[in-house]
Design a protein around this ligand. Structure first.
Ligand code: F6P
Length: 368
């Protein structure tokens, strides 16, 4: 019987539990033994009780639970080769044939590195006498599949990451709450949303709540953004709007690569010589990440979890390591490496202030 392990890694995202449930149950359905690695890569490095066999009933109720019930971590040890060596050893000692990892770009980059190093890790385990040649023989090829779990929706090659629509729904709900009090006092609110280097949450929340102005990293405002923002907000006020909502992505930058902060925006809105609006800042923080998954994320996680198990079973030593994407409403397998590479290129383009490049990379599908 094949042993298929699933783990969640990096920042949690709504829908991760649905992934674990789908993988565990699909694995059982196709006659395999499912395992969970608790606490992400940390659990793989620790081994022992962190790697546990799962039964059908162990994941009952998982669909509707927020966070990740099998735990996650941002594991420092796995960044170093000795950590990955121990992780490889633990996988073999537990007889794990395949690993399904649900995480963000950092976690999937880690997965790709692990896969690339696998042959040399096996060699080192044998040459240092930790395992013998016979023990490693059935595990010559690391069978690994990625699922993208992140609220940021920042991975190239997939239309939606698991958790992004739940975070977006949460943001919209919070903005609705804020609007009620803003309107009552005729106030302005500067609302900071998460997304790391990606403006998807801020952009979509801006559209979905009809915000007055937004800031995202990929498309910094021109140098005259202060005048532009004040003019637009003044116009909305002239039209009778009693509330002002500005949404700012946590990674927002200006044209020159300097950070635009909520304080800067607040000072401008409150400036007595200008709009003179009574202004508050709300940093939504981790409420965006917690809570139950919306229906879309439960569905995406379930369909992709099932596909991940199929991908694992159909993989051959020649198959390129893949991740499961959704493109134009189709659940598809795509090469993990290209997605990771392209995601890094976006971050680099933003860093180099090549914003046109960043935008075009966000828009383009890589060819495979
Ligand atoms: O990647 C998900 C995310 O929530 C980002 O939006 C945010 O920048 C980061 O994680 C916050 O990390 P932490 O959970 O370590 O505070």
């Amino acid at each position: 019987k094949k042993k298929i392990a699933v783990m969640t890694s990096g920042g949690d995202s709504p829908g991760m539990n649905a992934v674990v449930r789908a993988v565990v149950r699909m694995a059982i359905h196709v006659g395999c033994d499912p395992y969970c690695v608790y606490e992400g890569y940390e659990g793989l490095v620790q081994g022992g009780n962190f790697i546990r066999k799962m039964e059908w009933n162990d994941v009952r109720g998982y669909l509707s639970e927020g966070g990740t019930l099998i735990g996650t971590a941002r594991c420092m040890a796995f960044y170093e080769r000795p950590g990955r060596l121990t992780a490889a050893k633990n996988m073999i000692l537990n007889g794990i044939d395949a690993l399904i990892i649900c995480g963000g770009d950092g976690s999937l980059t880690g997965a790709d590195k692990f896969r690339a190093e696998w042959p040399s890790l096996l060699e080192e385990l044998v040459s240092t006498g930790q395992l013998d040649a016979k023990q490693i023989e059935p595990y010559r090829h690391l069978n690994i599949v990625g699922l993208v779990g992140s609220i940021d929706n920042d991975l190239s090659g997939t239309d939606a990451t698991i958790g992004a629509y739940s975070a977006l729904a949460r943001i919209c709900e919070m903005v609705d709450y804020i609007e009620a009090t803003a309107s009552s006092h005729s106030r302005a609110f500067v609302i900071e949303v998460m997304g790391r280097h990606c403006g998807w949450l801020a952009l979509m929340a801006g559209v979905a709540t009809g915000a007055d102005f937004i800031f995202i990293p990929e498309k910094p405002r021109e140098d005259n953004w202060k005048e532009e923002m004040c003019q637009i907000i003044q116009k909305h006020r002239d039209w009778g709007k009693r509330k002002t909502i500005v949404i700012i992505a946590e990674g927002a930058l200006d044209r020159h690569g300097s950070k635009i902060t909520p304080d800067m925006v607040k000072d401008l809105l409150a400036d007595k010589q200008g709009l003179a609006l009574d202004t508050r800042i709300t940093t939504l923080g981790h409420v965006q990440r917690g809570g139950t998954a919306v229906a879309y994320d439960r569905m995406l996680a379930t369909l992709q979890g099932v596909e991940a198990v199929k991908a694992v079973l159909e993989a051959t030593p020649e198959t390129e390591t893949c991740f499961i994407a959704i493109t134009e409403n189709q659940i598809v397998r795509k090469p993990l490496m290209s997605a990771v590479r392209e995601t890094k290129q976006v971050a680099k383009a933003i860093e180099a202030q090549d914003f046109d490049q960043a935008m075009s990379l966000r828009d383009t599908e890589f060819s495979d």
